[in-house]
Design a protein around this ligand. Structure first.
Ligand SMILES: [Zn+2]
Length: 441
């Protein structure tokens, strides 16, 4: 096989890896949107959905022959590791005849995101991994191994062809509610010549991604919900279902009702088949606060009956929230509608605000931060990251024991040399024959 990292060998996000077999078959692993522009600033809204030709000219789409809508398709498939934009965010640009593969959870999040989030478009032709089986994708035998990550139903991808095997870690960790999947991987490591290993936390200060484990987050939520006398607002990603589970359990233990928005309710419902433990809008202790724009999106996508069902089962009014804020915990986005709602409280300054996202995002201007500054509220940071610690990455590499470890999804690829044995640096855009570095490694 020939390996080309089109993007991602020296940055976190925008991952795109190509494997080519001796038969001429080619597949891609992930086709992500870079997290930030080359100068470090955010992308203007709408960038990912601009015309393919423009994004190619500007280098936002990697220049890959036979991949996009304007050429004869020469790539067998795009295989997605998980539903984070920096891994799938450009996949709708591929030729409509090229299938995009993902797990059931990945595809569910893609479709839910297309309904509610700007800049998200699902690819035209999608295929779901058969559960637990190896699948032949264009002559490559692909096994999608379940891993623990902040995106639901994430996978590491084992790709075999030409008598060689590449294991692409995708994004993964050992410390979420599904951390046992990491242990499973260590107990039954796949045989791989090359391990393409994510290194998000490599070279970063310990603790910069919050608490060590999701269980710590749940414990902190429980303590706060049990001790605070006003409303608690928790800003988190609606797609981080571990976090919703932690929050729901904490609410149940402390006698509060968890208020979610229609977007959150929709995502949970789309993922209900994955786990019986994901709270749903018609469960006891779950309430739904309706926001105009989200209801409008359900109407526009012919799903108004669903909004009506949510309303009948769980609707909470602003008046109910204002009357007894201490009865509730609100899972929210940092948005103007959230702040407008909080400003309806008689004493907004008695609200506990929890930032349950990466702390670095707090430093950017956002509506909840303005709310805190206006009312003299000190935010609480209760979060754990989606990525394995250096020690866990070392344990994984030792268990797989590949002939070569190739850094990806990292800002500190050079640090891999200190952490792992048999590291091979493969810069963006430079094809390498796996047989060559298997021989040298
Ligand atoms: Zn991710």
């Amino acid at each position: 096989m020939r390996l080309t990292i089109h993007r991602g060998s020296r940055e976190i996000g925008g991952s795109c890896v190509e494997l080519a077999a001796s038969t001429g078959g080619r597949i891609l692993l992930d086709l992500g949107m870079p997290l930030v522009q080359p100068d470090g600033s955010d992308w203007p809204r709408g960038t990912a959905t601009r015309p393919t030709e423009e994004l190619l000219q500007e280098g936002i789409l990697p220049d890959i022959p036979g991949l996009y809508g304007d050429t004869n398709p020469q790539v067998s498939a795009v295989v997605l590791s998980h539903a984070h934009l920096d891994h799938y965010g450009l996949s709708h640009h591929v030729h409509p005849d090229i299938p995009v593969w993902g797990s059931a959870g990945t595809l569910a999040v893609l479709w839910a995101s297309e309904v509610f989030l700007p800049d998200v478009k699902a690819p035209t032709l999608v295929r779901e991994f058969p559960s637990g089986e190896q699948v032949d994708i264009g002559g490559f035998m692909v096994t999608a191994l379940p891993v623990d990550h902040a995106a639901p139903d994430s996978r590491a991808l084992l790709v075999e062809a030409d008598g060689q095997a590449v294991l692409y870690s995708g994004d993964l960790r050992a410390h979420g509610h599904a951390g046992h999947l990491f242990d499973d991987l260590l107990d039954n490591p796949p045989t791989a010549d090359v391990l393409l290993l994510e290194g998000t936390v490599v070279g970063q200060a310990p603790g910069s991604h919050g608490y060590p484990r999701e269980a710590d987050v749940e414990r902190e939520f429980t303590e706060l919900l049990g001790s605070h006398s006003g409303l608690v607002v928790v800003v988190a990603s609606g797609q981080n279902v571990d976090r919703v589970v932690s929050l729901y359990r904490a609410a149940q233990k402390t006698g509060r009702e968890l208020i979610i928005d229609p977007y959150q309710a929709y995502v949970l419902r789309a993922l209900a088949g994955l786990s019986s433990g994901l709270p749903q809008f018609d469960w006891p202790g779950i309430r739904v606060k309706f926001f105009h724009r989200q209801v409008a999106r359900l109407k526009e996508t012919d799903q108004f009956p669903l909004a009506c069902r949510m309303s009948r089962a769980a609707k909470v009014t602003t008046e109910q929230l204002v009357a007894q804020p201490e009865r509730f915990v609100l899972a929210a986005r940092s948005s103007i509608p959230t702040v407008n709602l909080l400003n309806r409280l008689h004493e907004p300054s008695r609200t506990a605000v929890v930032w349950s996202l990466w702390k670095g995002y707090w430093s950017r201007p956002n509506p909840l931060r303005s709310f805190c500054e206006t009312h003299g509220i000190d935010p609480l940071f209760i979060h754990t990251g989606g990525h394995a610690s250096q020690e866990d990455l070392q344990r994984l590499a030792a268990a797989v024991a590949p002939r070569a470890v190739v850094p990806i999804h990292t800002q500190h690829a050079a640090r891999f040399d200190d952490l792992f044995s048999r590291v091979m640096q493969v810069p963006d855009g430079a094809p390498v024959e796996i047989s060559e570095f298997v021989a040298s490694g």
